[in-house]
Design a protein around this ligand. Structure first.
Ligand code: NAD
Length: 511
C-alpha cells in the first residue's frame, strides 16, 4: 500500500545541524570524545539526521562542576521564582509542540501521532512541576512534648544525573528534568545515544525559559559517559530508565558510590482476556498496546493470554491476528502508516533473531513480520506485526524482552492460570485484564506481581499526578518516576525538633 505525506508533516528543520550538542556551564559546545555516531532516520537509513560526537570525560566533569556551582545558588532561589521558569518552559513547549514531535519522529521513527503523545505526556509532568510549591511543603506537629514542636522540611538533593532510553526521547527526560529542577536541584542530562536530539532540544528550551547557567546541562555519549557521570562526586542522585541489565548495573554502580538511585528497567507485559471480555472493544486496545511504537514501549503488551475453552481462545486469536494483519508499516510522517520502524538496523536484526529463535524452540509462527513490503522505504528498519501461537512459559521468547512488534499468544483455562503465567516472568512492569467482572478484577489486582495494572486498557501509564514504575526485574530502587515519588526522590527530608522557653517552662528539664 502506498503512503502519502500528511499535510502537516513537513520535514522538521534540522535544529541540530549544529554539532554543538553539549551544554556545559551555560554554553553549547561540540563533544571532544573519541566516538562520533551517525544518527540515521529509522524509516530511511540513507538519511543522516545528525552526527553526534560524544563528550570527553573532562567535559562530563566540567558539566558536573558547573552544575554543582549552579545548584548552590538555585537551591535557595525562592520556590515561586523557580516556578516562573517552569511556567515559561511550558509556554515554550506548547509553542514548539509540532517541531518537537517531528524531530522525535526523525530520530526515533515512531508515528507522528505517537510522537505527539510522547511529547504531550511529558508536558503533563511540567504541569505537575509548576505546582511544586504545594508538593514541597513539609509537615508540622506542635506540642510533641511540653513546649516542643517538630516539623519536617525538604531540601534539594544536589546535582541529579538523568539517563533516559531511546524509546521516549521527550517524555522520559521530562519525567526527570522539570521536577528535579523545580525541587531546587541542578540536572545533568545524558540523552540516549540512539535518539539524543529531542532531549537536547528540550534542555535548550528549558534554558531559554530563563534557567540560570548550569542548572541544566547536557552531555552526549553512551556507557562510558554515563558511568563517569554516575561516579562523579558532585552527582548525588541518578534517575535511570533503560533495559533491565543496564538498570541493574547502574543501580549497583550508583549504590557503590553512595548515590540515591532509581533505575527503571525492561518488561514482559501480559494482556489477559477473560471469556466475558467485550472482544470488539478489546481488540483495538490489544493491538495498540502490542504494536504501538512498533512494540518499543516498556508498557507494550507482548503476551496475549486468552482465557476460556478452546473455541473462545481461538476466537480471540483469530480476531487479534486479523487486526494485526491490517497494520501498515511506514514512515511515521506519512499518511496511512500504522506501524513504524524499529530504532535501527541492529535492532531490526535482533528482533528478527528473536523470531527465528521462537520458531527453533517450537512456537508456531502464525503471522510472520520479517521482510514486510515497504516499497517506498527500501532502507527502513521495518518489522511487520508478528504473532506466535503455541508458546509455553519455558521458551526464552516467553521470558525475555524482545522490544519489537512480536506477540506471543498463550492460552489459559482460567484467570488464575493466566496470572500465574504472568507472575512466572522475572519482570513486573505492567499487566492488563480485559473483562466485565468486577470480582475478577479484584482478584487480579491482589494476585498479580506488577507495579502498573490496566483494566480494559492496554497501556496503563499512570498520569502525571501518580508515579510510574514496575516491580521485580523491571525496577531497581525504592521511589518510582515522576508524581509524588519524584518529589521524595529529588528531595532530602530534615526533621527539626525545637523547644522555645516560655515563662511557664519548667527549669529542670534536661532533654
Ligand atoms: P539501554 O539500557 O540500552 O540504554 C538506556 C540508557 O543507558 C542510554 O542512555 C544508554 O546510553 C545508557 N547506557 C547503556 N549502557 C550503559 C551502561 N552499561 N551503564 C550506564 N548507562 C548505560 O536501553 P535502550 O535500548 O535505550 O531502551 C530500551 C529499554 O528501556 C527497554 O528495555 C525498555 O523496556 C526500557 N524502558 C523502560 C521503561 C520503564 O519505565 N521501565 C521506559 C522506557 C524504556
Amino acid at each position: 500500500m502506498s503512503v502519502a505525506m500528511k499535510p502537516e508533516a513537513r520535514r522538521a528543520p534540522a535544529p541540530h545541524a549544529s554539532k554543538k550538542l553539549n551544554l556545559i556551564a551555560g554554553s553549547w559546545s561540540e563533544g571532544q570524545g573519541a566516538v562520533t555516531r551517525k544518527l540515521l532516520n529509522p524509516a530511511d537509513t540513507t538519511e543522516v539526521v545528525a552526527e553526534v560526537r560524544e563528550a570527553a570525560l573532562n567535559q562530563v566533569d566540567a558539566a558536573c562542576e558547573a552544575a554543582h556551582a549552579a545548584f548552590l545558588r538555585w537551591r535557595s532561589t525562592p520556590v515561586l521564582d523557580r516556578v516562573q521558569v517552569l511556567f515559561k518552559f511550558k509556554q515554550l513547549l506548547e509553542a514548539h509542540y509540532l517541531e518537537l514531535a517531528e524531530l522525535l519522529v526523525r530520530e526515533n521513527g515512531k508515528l507522528l501521532s505517537e510522537a505527539k503523545g510522547d511529547v504531550r505526556r511529558g508536558f503533563d509532568v511540567v504541569d505537575f512541576a509548576c505546582g511544586i510549591a504545594t508538593h514541597l511543603q513539609g509537615r508540622t506537629l506542635p506540642d510533641v512534648s511540653s513546649n516542643v514542636d517538630t516539623y519536617m522540611i525538604r531540601e534539594a538533593v544536589g546535582v541529579v544525573a538523568g539517563i533516559p532510553p531511546f524509546n521516549f526521547p521527550a517524555m522520559i527526560p521530562l519525567w526527570m528534568m522539570p521536577i528535579a529542577v523545580a525541587c531546587g536541584n541542578a540536572f545533568v542530562l545524558k540523552p540516549a545515544e540512539k535518539a539524543p536530539l529531542t532531549g537536547t532540544r528540550l534542555a535548550e528550551l528549558f534554558t531559554q525559559a530563563g534557567l540560570p547557567e548550569g542548572v541544566v546541562s547536557v552531555v552526549q555519549g553512551g556507557k562510558e559517559v554515563s558511568e563517569r557521570l554516575i561516579a562523579h562526586p558532585h552527582v548525588r542522585a541518578v534517575s535511570f530508565v533503560g533495559s533491565s541489565a543496564v538498570a541493574e548495573s547502574v543501580y549497583k554502580l550508583a549504590a557503590q558510590h553512595g548515590k540515591r538511585v532509581q533505575a527503571l528497567g525492561g518488561a514482559k507485559n501480559h494482556l489477559i482476556v477473560l471469556p466475558d471480555a467485550d472482544l470488539e472493544r478489546s481488540i483495538p486496545a490489544l493491538i495498540g498496546s502490542c504494536y504501538g511504537c512498533a512494540g518499543q514501549r516498556c508498557l507494550a503488551g507482548s503476551v496475549v493470554i486468552a482465557v476460556g475453552d478452546q473455541k473462545r481462545q481461538d476466537a480471540v486469536r483469530d480476531a487479534f491476528v486479523a487486526a494485526a494483519r491490517k497494520l501498515v508499516p511506514g514512515d511515521g510522517l506519512e499518511e496511512g502508516a500504522t506501524l513504524p520502524p524499529v530504532i535501527g538496523i541492529e535492532h531490526k536484526a535482533k528482533v528478527e533473531q528473536w523470531i527465528e529463535r521462537g520458531v527453533r524452540d517450537g512456537a508456531r509462527l502464525i503471522l510472520d513480520g520479517r521482510n514486510p513490503k515497504t516499497p517506498s522505504h527500501p532502507h527502513g528498519c521495518f518489522v511487520g506485526a508478528t504473532v506466535f501461537d503455541g508458546v509455553t512459559s519455558e521458551m526464552p521468547v516467553a521470558q525475555e524482552e524482545v522490544f519489537g512488534p512480536v506477540v506471543n499468544f498463550m492460552r489459559a483455562k482460567d484467570a488464575d492460570e493466566a496470572i500465574d503465567i504472568s507472575n512466572r516472568t522475572r519482570f513486573g512492569n505492567s499487566a492488563s485484564l480485559f473483562t466485565q467482572d468486577g470480582a475478577a478484577v479484584r482478584r487480579f489486582r491482589e494476585r498479580i506481581q506488577c507495579g502498573m495494572l490496566g483494566v480494559n486498557l492496554g497501556v496503563p501509564a499512570p498520569m502525571a499526578m501518580f508515579s510510574f514504575g514496575g516491580w521485580k526485574g523491571s525496577f531497581f530502587g525504592d521511589l518510582h518516576a515522576y508524581g509524588p515519588d519524584a518529589v521524595d526522590f529529588y528531595t532530602k527530608k530534615k526533621v527539626v525538633t525545637e523547644r522555645w522557653f516560655g515563662a511557664e517552662a519548667p527549669k529542670d528539664g534536661w532533654v
